[in-house]
Ligand binder design. Structure first.
Ligand code: HEM
Length: 180
């Protein structure tokens, strides 16, 4: 997983919980990288899960909620760091429909070693989008948080229903998104 995902997480932990907690969490994790991330480096995604799992113990916030909150936060960071992806879409469904075929394609050009999930989208009606997450990594909650960030960014009231369809080869979650 690309370093930017780690550096942004550590910045957020420091901002929300303080430098002492961040240091304690990193000390407690047995990280192969030693916890010294650079935004262009590449690290095992399990390190991210380890950091969040230890943070969950420190803060009594469930791992799933921390990962979603982080996804929500990262959406707004992407808005700041990569504004070009926000020029065309005018609403949340349009934005989400560009993630797989445009945004992540550009990310892969920028970072050839990025391991990106796959998304299939299907517009069922004006008010319903089905978005299916498929990945070798267990980050469906992260996708969920990014979607919530997207809805808040476009100021739209959208309900998320989800169904897990994991199998031995891959993690898969079907998100049904309905505009209210
Ligand atoms: C401007 C918008 C976006 C940018 C620049 C972006 C970029 C990235 C980058 C750099 C990674 C790390 C790849 C790696 O570590 O190897 C990543 C991973 C990921 N992205 Fe995006 N992304 C964007 C929007 C989204 C949105 C809206 C979603 C969800 C609907 C999403 C879902 C994910 C997930 C779940 C991963 C983790 C990898 C996995 O699950 O396999 N991304 N993205």
């Amino acid at each position: 997983m690309k370093g930017i995902v780690f550096t942004e997480l550590l910045d957020l932990i420091e901002e929300k919980f303080g430098q002492d907690i961040l240091e304690d969490v990193l000390d407690e994790c047995k990280l192969e990288s030693g916890g010294a991330y650079t935004s262009v480096g590449t690290y095992d995604h399990k390190e991210l899960l380890e950091i969040v799992t230890v943070l969950s113990r420190y803060t009594a916030v469930p791992v799933k909620d921390l990962v979603r909150k982080y996804g929500h936060h990262l959406f707004f960071r992407f808005r700041k760091l990569m504004p070009e992806f926000f020029e065309k879409p005018t609403n949340a469904f349009q934005f989400l429909e560009t993630v797989h075929g445009t945004i992540h394609v550009e990310v892969k050009k920028l970072y050839p070693d990025a391991k990106l999930p796959s998304f299939e989208t299907s517009r069922e009606s004006d008010t319903e989008l089905v978005m299916t997450y498929i990945s070798s990594c267990p980050f469906a909650d992260f996708a969920h948080g990014l979607m919530q960030g997207c809805f808040d960014y476009y100021n739209e009231d959208i309900r998320i229903e989800k169904e897990d369809k994991n199998n031995e080869q891959q993690f898969c979650r079907v998100f049904t998104l309905t505009k209210r």
